[in-house]
Design a protein around this ligand. Structure first.
Ligand code: MOS
Length: 722
């Protein structure tokens, strides 16, 4: 357990994020956004802006910077700005002004006059739902409905009709924005036919590939650098509008260009989380055994249908054993900013509906909510014959109930002075995944080693994981490792997303380390080498021969070699045909609702997680704590209000509520640790996203326990508790 290696740089301001890079002759760009939700740009009058002081270029769909739509295997196509005149949401990037200073660019941007031919806009999910029946589901073509029925059952309705206890309710969750601490920004430098872009992102090699596609450059002509990323959460998976614009402008003007979105612009000029409407139907035996589970889900999306928030397919599909399961997933295209992955996409809002409904079922059955969940604990996802590789959800609940004092919970809550106090719980799950990753491991003659991959550390602690797994794999102390990431020139590390990076990069490190050790041993025992002809082994950073041993540095120096390197690659494979993989957890929450003011305050939280092996417990705890706070935020604070004209009423940090320290109590995080080596050699199952899953339901369930009021719409407002 160590403090993350980049912590001193981050807390002392030494860490250089994208926009912290400066170059001689650098110009500044300011992004212009649309002020209608739907229509066509008829004209852009740039005369005043162009003649404003310091202005170097004013770009619009009538005088665009050249950009092509890039496409990546993971994401598909990424939208690039200024290439057509259509406006599909309020706050869409439609122009770019570059000037000698930031202030000059911003002031000139205010002088750009845009005329629109406005068209009717659909911005309300409620109104959009009316036409949603025909909407296709997932953009990737996955089926919009899924039904699994027991052999002796004719239809889902029959199964439901035969269920002695039925709970049916509709839940809603709000539109959210990642609102990462570092706004989307970039510094682009075009020099000698090479484009270097400094911009926070979830994978440097992916960003380089997207930029190369957009600029029609050879992949090796683009260099993406992102050693520090100020939060991403899925919102920096794709290259951002300012990065595309800064790069294209740098090439057009022959000068370095910096572009950064303002905090307000981040809310529309990037992508966010869809709002959802979810109808849950649960049928059960009197003993709590689930007979039938139906989850019908609708999510908002932009008119391009950029992303489906997989609430039903991603959540109810796998969580509980049930004989009959019916799922549907529909998109509601609206004139709103694009939707995309956001921390626990699908599971975060999906678990609010499912885990609230499970609590309602427990009430209907007069059963303890934990007993109900364990009654339906599954050994494999319904309809699949692949058992979970490792599942300790029951232990999470047992340990959690003990630590949290669940036994003292009354079904009607209790009071403490003027406060109504309630306890709530929920299951958490997030699939354990891996992505392809390549890592380079280098042993150096000075007894240090390098572990390098292009991937990103968006605050997750990946940099430190490279050192820890590197040290372990090379059998040396992690202090001797220099970890490197966030540079597309390094071996392609793939994406920091999907809670995969430790499992993906960690496995690749182990493979690379084994190779470099093999190569070292071969070199050490080659003719003329120190262990010429001997049987050699490697342990403790040393090569051991028949009689003596040498450090790897001594061997390299004796060979006259400065270093020896190998790359290792890993990708998901055969294990997928043998087991199902997921991380699991149990969330606990105590909420106090004031008898008179009706304010709801979380007073205690505990999450107990089964995430396989935990590599760095300190960073892992922080990660899960952050996720749990996201859950509280979703339950009590966060939600974008979209006006009829498509403008966000609260698209800034004054109006978009986030919890502050005073809103968050002590957060207790506990692990049950069972390394899952069926999933990957490192044994880590992933814990980046599971912290937020289930938390919003745990809060709402605690509110119900405290007040008897079931709130099915988040964020929970004071009005809902009157
Ligand atoms: Mo994540 S939503 O894969 O950063």
């Amino acid at each position: 357990m160590i403090t993350r290696l980049d912590a001193p740089q981050k807390v002392t301001g030494q860490a250089a994020y994208g926009a912290d890079h400066h170059f001689p002759g650098m110009a500044y760009g300011y992004v212009v956004l649309s002020t209608i939700a739907h229509g066509e740009i008829e004209a852009v009058d740039t005369r005043a802006a162009t003649s404003a002081p310091g202005v170097l270029g004013v770009y619009s769909p009538f005088d665009p910077l050249e950009l092509r739509t890039p496409s990546l295997p993971i994401f598909g196509e990424t939208w690039v700005p200024l290439q057509d005149k259509e406006v599909t949401y309020y706050g869409q990037p439609i122009g770019f002004v570059v000037a000698e200073t930031f202030e000059q660019a911003r002031d000139a941007a205010m002088l750009v006059e845009v005329s629109y031919r406005e068209l009717p806009a659909l911005t309300s999910l409620e109104e959009g739902l009316a036409s949603a029946e025909d909407a296709p589901s997932a953009r990737d073509g996955s089926p919009s409905t899924l039904e699994i029925l027991a052999d002796d059952v004719e239809s889902f309705e029959d199964a439901l009709a035969a269920s002695p206890v039925v709970v049916e309710a509709t839940y809603t969750t709000a539109t959210q924005n990642h609102a990462a601490m570092e706004p989307h920004s970039a510094v682009a430098v075009w020099e000698d036919g090479t484009m270097t872009v400094y911009s926070g992102n979830q994978g440097a090699n992916l960003q380089a590939a997207e930029l190369a596609g957009a600029l029609e450059l050879a992949p090796e002509a683009v260099h993406a650098v992102n050693p520090f990323v100020g939060g991403a959460f899925g919102g920096k998976g794709r290259t951002s509008a300012p990065a595309f614009l800064a790069a294209a402008a740098s090439r057009a003007l022959g000068r370095p260009v910096k572009a950064a979105l303002t905090r307000e612009q981040v809310f529309t000029a990037t992508a966010g989380r869809a709002a959802t409407v979810q109808k849950m139907t649960l049928g059960a035996e009197p003993d709590g055994t689930l007979v039938a589970l139906r989850h019908d889900s609708w999510c908002s999306t932009d008119t391009e249908r950029s992303f489906v928030e997989p609430t039903s397919h991603g959540t109810s599909r796998e969580w509980y054993a049930t004989r009959n399961l019916a799922l549907s997933q529909k998109m509601v295209p609206l004139n709103i900013p694009p939707t995309t992955f956001m921390r626990a996409p699908g599971e975060a809002p999906g678990s609010f509906a499912l885990e609230s409904a499970m609590d309602e079922l427990a009430v209907a059955l007069g059963m303890d909510p934990i007993d109900l969940r364990l009654r339906n604990n599954s050994t494999a996802p319904p309809g699949k014959d692949l058992q979970w590789s490792s599942k300790h959800l029951d232990e999470c609940f047992r340990v959690g109930a003990e630590r949290f004092g669940w036994a003292h919970r009354s079904p009607d809550g209790h009071t403490d002075g003027d406060w109504l106090v309630g306890l709530g719980t929920a299951t958490a799950m997030f699939p354990a995944l891996r992505f392809p990753a390549t890592v380079g491991v280098t042993l150096l003659a000075d007894e240090t080693a390098e572990v390098a991959t292009s991937g990103a550390d968006p605050g997750t602690g990946l940099l430190t994981v490279l050192s820890l797994v590197g040290g372990e794999s090379l059998d040396i102390s992690p202090e001797r490792i220099t970890p490197k990431l966030g540079d597309s020139a390094l071996p392609p590390g793939g994406m920091s997303g999907g809670s995969t990076a430790t499992a993906s990069a960690g496995t690749a490190i182990m493979i690379a380390a084994a190779k470099v050790i093999d190569d070292l041993l071969a070199a050490a025992s080659a003719p003329g080498a120190p262990f010429d002809g001997e049987e050699v082994t490697y342990a403790d950073g040393r090569v051991h021969g028949d009689r003596e041993s040498m450090t790897y540095g001594e061997v390299l120096r004796a060979l006259g070699r400065p270093s020896i390197s190998a790359n290792g690659s890993s990708a998901p494979g055969e294990e997928l045909t043998k087991h199902s993989f997921s991380s699991f957890g149990a969330q606990f929450c105590e909420v106090r609702v004031h008898r008179w003011t009706r304010e709801a305050r979380v007073s205690r939280m505990l999450g107990v997680f089964d995430a396989g092996r935990v590599i760095n417990e300190k960073a892992a705890r922080s990660q899960l704590m952050g996720g749990m706070i996201w859950g509280v935020s979703a339950a009590l604070h966060e939600g974008l209000e979209i006006e009829a004209n498509g403008r966000l009423a609260n698209g800034d940090f004054a109006g978009y509520l986030l919890p502050v320290n005073a809103d968050i109590p002590e957060v207790d995080v506990h692990f049950v640790q069972y390394p899952d080596t069926l999933h990957n050699a490192v044994g880590a199952k992933g814990l980046g996203e599971i912290g937020t899953v289930g938390m919003a339901a745990a809060v709402a369930n605690a509110v119900y326990n405290a007040t008897g009021i079931r709130v099915r719409d988040i964020p929970i407002t004071i009005e809902a508790l009157l």
